[in-house]
Ligand binder design. Structure first.
Ligand SMILES: O=c1ccn([C@@H]2O[C@H](COP(=O)(O)O)[C@@H](O)[C@H]2O)c(=O)[nH]1
Length: 274
């Protein structure tokens, strides 16, 4: 399988760098005139997939909004993954997984093996059990052409308490970024192991250039702007995926309005990293 980084570079070239989050919040279901039940979850999620997956490079379903409906919600998530990929979008599963290595292997099997029902192009993961605990996922990515987005500098205000903490080697975030730089060293056009960096973090002294992609949530509803992206990311913007969920999803339920919102987001970030 072609490495995720190579496939992502092609997707950015063909369709743009904007990532649409498929997050069926209860409040959005209500705003769309739907109920808070599985049938509505399915209608919402598949309406978004049909509207945006044929035109954007990357979609990012947030697993939590499907998990809250139990096995029937997971079945909807499986369709979101399959139908988004069939429409030509790469799928970043936002599940923020991480555990001791032996359990991490099971997460790798669930999300990074293409024969799994939830098999995705990439997965968000937590490094806070130690970066080495992610090794089974790294191996699965190398075997199957998948990618990881490792939490480094998240968009929420509570993140700095952990991520800015200093170790003998620098900050926790800096250590995560250094591991990613090692994994991606020498890979052309870009490595498959990326970081999550929020569009709301203000300033950072960390070197974000890891020769890998950056998933950048917090753009839109959380207040992140194009100016923030330019200031925070610098030259690392070249491989950035600004990601927005609610800002796009509020345009629904009309499919044309949803697609237009996604295309507007894509246009807004087109010049990044130029
Ligand atoms: O640091 C992070 C990591 C992940 N997220 C996720 O992104 C979306 C953001 O949704 P919006 O509606 O655009 O605010 C959501 O799924 C989060 O869980 C993040 O926001 N920050």
């Amino acid at each position: 399988m072609t490495p995720f980084g190579t496939r992502l570079a092609a997707a950015i070239e063909d369709r743009g760098r904007f990532c649409v989050g498929i997050d069926p919040h209860a409040a959005l279901l209500h705003d769309w005139g739907l109920s808070d039940d599985v049938a509505s979850l399915e209608r919402f999620a598949l309406t978004v997939v049909e509207a945006v997956a044929p035109v954007v490079g990357v979609v990012k379903p947030q697993s939590a909004f499907y998990e809250r409906f139990g096995s029937k919600g997971i079945a909807v998530l499986e369709r979101v993954v399959a139908e988004s990929r069939a429409a030509g979008a790469l799928v970043v599963m936002d599940a923020k997984r991480g555990d001791i290595g032996s359990t991490t292997q099971a997460y790798a099997d669930a999300y990074l093996d293409p024969t799994s029902p939830l098999g995705s192009d990439a997965l968000t993961v937590s490094p806070f059990l130690g970066f080495g605990s992610l090794d089974p996922m790294v191996e699965a990515c190398l075997e199957h052409g998948g990618g990881l987005f490792v939490l480094a500098l998240t968009s929420n205000k509570e993140g700095p308490e952990v991520q800015h903490a200093r170790t003998a080697d620098g900050t926790v975030a800096g250590t995560v970024l250094a591991h990613l730089r090692t994994l991606n060293a020498g890979v052309v056009p870009v490595g498959s192991f990326g970081a999550v960096v929020g569009a709301t973090i203000g300033e950072t002294a960390e070197d974000l250039d890891v020769n890998g992609p950056l998933l950048v949530p917090g753009f839109g509803a959380q207040g992140g702007t194009v100016a923030d992206l330019e200031r925070i990311l610098g030259r690392a913007a070249r491989w950035a995926l600004p990601s927005s969920s609610r800002e796009v999803l509020r345009a629904g339920p009309d499919a044309t309005a949803l697609r237009d919102a996604a295309l507007r987001g894509n246009d807004a970030v087109r010049g990044l990293g130029a």
